[in-house]
Design a protein around this ligand. Structure first.
Ligand code: MGD
Ligand code: MGD
Ligand code: SF4
Ligand code: MO
Length: 747
């Protein structure tokens, strides 16, 4: 067996201490039914929270029996993210707390008497000493800029503060370059600002909603799903463009089963039709946009007949749907999507989406996009952060300059020494992101891991990434801790508090405490001048007219909108946009300056070779990525994924429903586990589909281990977006094995 600097260690080998709740008890505790009367009795024992099962951050109340028994989590009625109703995952969030497979105590990588790498249980003090010693050594030998943080979720605020105080700005989240980054860059290039989360889509008042890949209904972002359902009740026209018959497609007036990877052609032909037929908001375009004449010339040849040959969508359907959008304008939303890193030309595809919205005049209009408003909460006083002299960008000079956040793949690449660049990153802190599953090209991620001098992983569960850590820090779940105040923008600004409903189980601790204690070991006490996070929260809340005491009582507080920011544009006023020209840029001057196409073009992408099918993936309503794969409440609802196969393809391969197959991709990578076949007309013959987040290798995940297959493993061809460095992940092709292949997978 090849030895490596960093063997993956199964955390299972350890006796992980502490009493555990048996699975059946955990289920009983979380599944019992409560009538309103009983709930009312429990009213005195409710604690405000906002959900961490996904990043929509719905606010809610956690009910306990007054001791450490969580009874139920329900949505907060005053919260615009959820309007009093959590999604199935949010309700099942209590399973994260009860999961007996949780990380329970800090772990330190050691060698046993036979030289094998293993973990030993450690005290918090020992773990922090080990981390501080390594971080100080890295700072001394290479500079503090050689540490990086990968983070997703609430803890990022505390770990980010620590890393900046230590002297590094390499802070990245896969929710940018593996998710919505291209969309943000396209929006900034067009409207001068990004969309953020929750997106300011005015779905509840829309007359026409166009979904391009966004599979709302399977993508369970709560407020959005609720508003779409309201819009359907009010007879809004839904147009869904998706090669798969998604849940959204089943609620649509028009389903356009587009050939995958050809969306830019459809978007350009829609733009062509709107301009040619005069179906655009002339007044709005004239007053607010820049580059209409260039755009008109640019799309002249992109007729529906041209697009038909590429997309397989009939010309009359393209014209009819364009007319539907115009009829509804400006109360129309061509939805910008969220996970948009598909084919490497994603920023340009999203530019086309932005341009369509601009022509229809939907930006800043009722039923289109509202203007969100949020509250900014001041930082607790601390000294100025040291100024780093280098960042991950120095490993790739001149590239991806339009990216407005750090690239997780960029930080990963900057950890691998190469001839062209000086390898600068030597240590990682990974908080709340399972990079093995979320960065494409696992072999590349593993290469970076092998080059690291030091890796800390902060997680609640023994996920794939934790097995590569030198030190593992067990965080308590969101139900057991305070976090920062939620301040996201919405129609009305709101703030929401997350407070602990119960004591942390086992020897787990909250992120804020870990960052502060480690800060102390690193000699950074000046940056953490408080004994408890409660002091910080109270100080911050008082600055915005509330207090910790009030927020504990009310959970969510609505604040006044800024009097100068209207919810929709005032048609009689001049509107300024934060672009170079001060207008909505149909022709992007900032893209042109950087040498990129100022208006989107269509380029063809490779097609699957004979016997292979495009690997398409997405979400299931009851799971979030890989973070819920072991959750006892949610595995009860769905415990594995399946591969969707068109009946024609099934016939060709002689596949039957529920038969198990292994998948192999174009680079000869085989799935570690088999996956059940689901034969369905809902997927095109040239593609297969699976839900992301399954196929876990770690046996310590007792419910998730070996259940289903992992799309991440099969994504080795990464199409990098030249504009902002996003990783296009849908250019991978798979074939079937009906017998277990000899070759193993990458996990
Ligand atoms: N192949 C593939 N890759 C993808 C995607 C895909 O669909 N397919 N989707 C992309 C998208 S859209 C996104 S946004 C990203 C998401 O990427 P990630 O945010 O990395 O998603 P997860 O894989 O769920 O990783 C979450 C990790 O956080 C841990 N965790 C859960 N709760 C807590 C907590 O309270 N504290 C701490 N410290 N840890 C916690 C979980 O145990 C898990 O290890 O992935 C991207 N990558
Ligand atoms: N239940 C649940 N909800 C979630 C999440 C979760 O993990 N679980 N994650 C949240 C996060 S972070 C994100 S980013 C979002 C992601 O969700 P979205 O942004 O809505 O969806 P995508 O992942 O972009 O796209 C998935 C859809 O795109 C279709 N598709 C594939 N290829 C093509 C193509 O070439 N053209 C077109 N037009 N369509 C194509 C697929 O068939 C599928 O229906 O979901 C969010 N909501
Ligand atoms: S959408 Fe569901 S999982 Fe996401 S924050 Fe809201 S309740 Fe939680
Ligand atoms: Mo995402």
């Amino acid at each position: 067996m090849k030895t490596s600097r960093r063997d993956f260690i199964k955390i299972s080998a350890l006796g992980l201490g502490a009493a555990t709740l048996s699975a059946s008890v955990a289920k009983a505790a979380t599944k019992s039914y409560f009538g309103t009367e009983r709930l009312n009795k429990l009213m005195t024992h409710r604690t405000p929270t906002y959900c961490e099962v996904c990043f929509w951050k719905c606010a809610g109340w956690t009910y306990t029996d007054g001791a450490d028994n969580i009874k139920k989590i329900i949505g907060h009625p005053d919260d615009p993210h959820c309007n009093g109703r959590l999604c199935p995952r949010g309700t099942g969030g209590v399973g994260m707390y009860h999961d007996e497979d949780r990380l329970k105590t800090p772990l330190i990588r050691v060698k046993d008497e036979n030289g094998n790498q293993t973990y030993r249980e450690a005290t918090w003090d020992e773990a922090f000493d080990k981390i501080a010693e390594n971080m100080q050594r890295i700072a001394k030998e290479h500079g503090p800029e050689c540490m990086a943080l990968f983070t997703h979720g609430s803890g990022g605020a505390f770990w980010g503060h620590l890393l900046k105080a230590y002297g590094s700005k390499n802070i990245a989240a896969p929710s940018y370059a593996q998710c919505r980054g291209p969309r943000e860059v396209a929006w900034i290039g067009t409207f001068g600002e990004g969309l953020g989360s929750p997106e300011p889509t005015d779905i509840r008042d829309t007359k026409c909603l166009v979904l391009i890949g966004s599979h709302i209904g399977e993508n369970m972002h709560n407020g959005q799903v609720q508003e779409m359902s309201d819009a359907i009740d009010k007879d809004a026209t839904i147009i869904t463009v998706d090669p798969r018959f998604s849940t959204a497609a089943s609620h649509s007036k028009y389903w356009l089963p587009i050939k995958p990877a050809t969306d830019i052609a459809l978007l350009l032909s829609w733009i062509h039709v709107l301009i040619k037929e005069g179906w655009y908001d002339k007044k709005y375009v004239e007053k607010n946009t820049y580059g209409f004449d260039q755009l008109k010339a640019h799309v002249k040849s992109y007729t529906p007949e041209w697009a038909y040959g590429i997309t397989t969508i009939k010309p009359d359907v393209i014209r009819k749907t364009a007319r539907e959008m115009y009829n509804a304008a400006p109360s129309v939303i061509v939805h910008p999507g969220r996970h948009v890193t598909w084919y490497g030309d994603d920023t340009q595809r999203l530019r086309a989406v932005a341009i369509l919205n601009a022509l229809l005049g939907s930006w800043g209009r009722r039923g289109g996009f509202y203007i969100g408003d949020g509250i900014s909460i001041p930082s607790f006083p601390h000294p100025e952060y040291p100024k780093p002299t280098r960042t991950w960008r120095d490993a790739m000079p001149g590239k991806f300059l339009l990216a407005d956040s750090a690239l997780a793949n960029g930080v990963c690449d900057a950890t691998i020494p190469s001839i062209e660049s000086d390898c600068s990153i030597k240590g990682w802190i990974v908080n709340g992101t399972n990079l093995i599953f979320t960065l494409p090209d696992i072999e590349n991620t593993k290469k970076a891991l092998q080059n690291l001098e030091f890796l800390v992983v902060v997680d609640t569960m023994p996920m794939e990434i934790t097995g590569y850590a030198d030190v593992v820090l067990p965080e308590c779940t969101y139900l057991e801790r305070y976090d920062s105040i939620r301040t996201s923008k919405h129609r009305e600004p709101t703030i929401a508090l997350r407070a602990p409903a119960v004591e942390p189980k086992y020897n787990s601790k909250p992120g804020w405490w870990m960052a502060k204690e480690l800060g102390h070991k690193l000699g950074l006490d000046d940056f953490f001048k408080y004994d408890h996070i409660e002091e910080v929260l109270d100080w911050q809340l008082k600055k915005v007219g509330s207090s910790l005491e009030e927020m504990k009582r009310i959970g969510v507080k609505k604040l006044e909108r800024d009097a100068y920011i209207p919810l929709y544009f005032n048609e009689n006023e001049d509107i300024g946009f934060f672009t170079n020209t001060g207008k909505i840029e149909l022709y992007s001057t900032s893209f042109a300056e950087e040498g990129f196409d100022p208006m989107p073009k269509y380029t063809a992408h490779p097609e699957p070779p004979e016997g292979y099918y495009r690997l398409n993936y997405g979400r299931a309503p009851m799971h979030t990525f890989s973070r819920t794969a072991n959750n006892p409440n949610l595995t009860d609802l769905m415990d594995e994924n399946s591969v969707w196969v068109n009946p024609k393809v099934a016939k060709l391969w002689g596949l039957k429903n529920d038969q198990r197959v292994w998948l192999e991709n174009q680079d000869g990578i085989v799935s570690s586990f088999s996956i059940k076949v689901r034969i369905t007309e809902r997927i095109r013959w040239d593609s297969v589909y699976m839900v992301h987040g399954f196929g876990h290798k770690n046996e310590k995940l007792t419910r998730a281990h070996g259940k289903g297959a992992s799309d991440s493993e099969l994504i080795s061809n990464v199409m990098v977006d030249p504009i902002m460095g996003g990783t296009g992940m849908r250019g991978n092709f798979v074939t079937f094995h009906v017998d277990k292949p000899e070759k193993g997978g990458l996990l």
